[in-house]
Design a protein around this ligand. Structure first.
Ligand code: HEM
Length: 411
């Protein structure tokens, strides 16, 4: 029902010229800015285009906030599902470009905008990335024959303590932006416009430390810099090899990627009782500088060849197991794009905080699972507990103003 209401709103130009102009990312931002007060913070106008060969929010540098929501597809028909997914893309296109929200008198109907970011909806580096879980390809919507070849439900790995209520899901929406209010505004908008089509299953809100605090990768909640060693996103060849799907997939699914999302609780009370030296040996890096142990700078190579017996960096250190850096394991590299999360105290008065681990890869088994299996039994497992997440296929991007993410799946 709410999907139809949006069509009416847009059809009746109820969102105003700003919203229509906002359908051309970038151009809209500059034009619309003249109509309203200039934002106090220039980062509010940073716009990342929604359309493109690949979806945004995968290679882009992480802004400081994220919300990852997994939905169940609850509509009765394939047509309603397709309309709902089109709506997610239409709203993402507008929200990521920015527009002037309608704040004036609008009669008796629901208010057109939650208003929580004010009359001007700035892009604020917002990206909205859409994915499909394996369950979407069951019998309900007649999509079984079109399932991406590498998509399956996330298995339970050794040392996992998965909670069903925060695992899996039909549709994933990852929202990233500079500020929390931008994310909440976008989430409320999308939730309201897709009510009856997408039912929430689980949600995790993530954050990174302020980049003003120190240079290099931001710290995770174990206090270590996280995100230092990653494949070069500017190298198209490497991204084609490690991230983007190709001819192995059905035509509709080429140029997409797979996301492994893992909600990994950190047992911080226990961790904070461990000596600094032991923590560093478990990770394999210097806690203050982020450098590989025995090296000077964060970006230095760990140089395992000069340390074959693990005297400097133990053979079971997290970074050494995750990526031994031998020719045999380079094909299992993954692109990590994680956030920290922090929730309520649990029933035992322990802090519930950890890592919203997100990695992107072309092949879940050959990459994510190969890394995860190498990490099984690492010393760090005593301090981390995976509780949720899922595997999702992220289709290629929307190709132009009329297209939507996943459209080719439904033709
Ligand atoms: C709460 C759980 C985890 C914590 C606290 C953690 C922490 C870290 C830290 C501190 C680093 C070193 C800095 C960096 O290069 O980014 C690192 C690197 C890495 N981690 Fe994790 N990690 C966790 C889970 C995982 C998982 C689940 C995987 C994959 C299955 C993974 C794969 C990697 C990889 C591939 C690297 C880079 C290694 C290299 O290229 O040298 N991590 N992690």
């Amino acid at each position: 029902m709410s999907v139809r209401r949006r069509e009416l709103l847009v059809g009746g130009a109820a969102l105003g010229a700003g919203a229509l102009a906002a359908r051309i990312p970038g151009v809209a931002t500059a034009g619309a800015a003249e109509a309203t007060d200039a934002p106090a913070d220039a980062s509010l106008t940073a716009a990342i285009p929604f359309e493109g060969a690949h979806q945004a929010g995968i290679l882009d540098a992480r802004p400081n906030r994220a919300i990852v929501v997994s939905f169940d597809a609850i509509s009765a028909s394939r047509g309603e599902l397709a309309a709902g997914l089109r709506t997610v893309s239409d709203r993402a296109r507008a929200l990521t470009a920015g527009y002037d929200a309608l704040f004036g008198p609008t009669g008796e109907g629901p208010t057109p905008d939650s208003g929580i970011v004010g009359p001007r909806v700035d892009p604020d580096a917002l990206t909205i990335t859409i994915g499909f879980g394996a369950s979407l390809f069951d019998r309900r919507f007649g999509l079984a024959a079109r399932r991406p070849i590498g998509l399956k439900p996330m298995p339970t790995f050794p040392d996992d303590a998965l909670v069903d209520a925060e695992c899996h899901g039909d549709v994933l929406v990852q929202l990233c932006a500079n500020t929390e209010e931008t994310l909440l505004h976008a989430l409320r908008d999308i939730s309201r416009e897709t009510r009856g089509v997408l039912g929430p299953r689980w949600k995790v809100e993530g954050f990174l430390p302020s980049p003003r605090r120190e240079s290099g990768a931001g710290r995770n909640l174990l206090g270590f810099k996280d995100g230092t060693a990653n494949p070069d996103v500017a190298d198209e060849g490497t991204m084609a090899e490690l991230v983007w799907t190709g001819s192995e997939e059905p035509a509709w699914a080429r140029g997409g990627t797979y996301a492994a999302v893992r909600i990994i609780r950190n047992r911080v009370e226990f961790w904070d009782r461990v000596s600094l030296a032991e923590q560093e040996l478990m990770i394999g890096r210097d806690k203050a500088k982020g450098a590989p142990l025995g090296k000077d700078a964060e970006m230095d190579d760990p140089d395992y060849a000069s340390d074959p017996d693990g005297k400097r960096i133990p053979l079971d250190a997290h970074i050494r197991l995750a990526r031994p850096r031998t020719p045999a394991d380079e094909g299992s590299r993954i692109l990590r794009r994680p956030y920290n999360y922090s929730r309520a105290y649990d029933e035992a008065d322990q802090l519930d905080m950890g890592l919203l681990f997100i990695s992107f890869q072309r092949d879940l088994e050959a990459q994510f699972e190969a890394v995860q299996n190498r990490l099984a039994g690492e010393p760090l497992v005593d301090y981390i507990v995976p509780t949720g997440g899922g595997y999702f296929f992220l289709p290629p991007g929307a190709r132009g103003s009329q297209d939507w993410v996943g459209s080719a799946l439904f033709v």
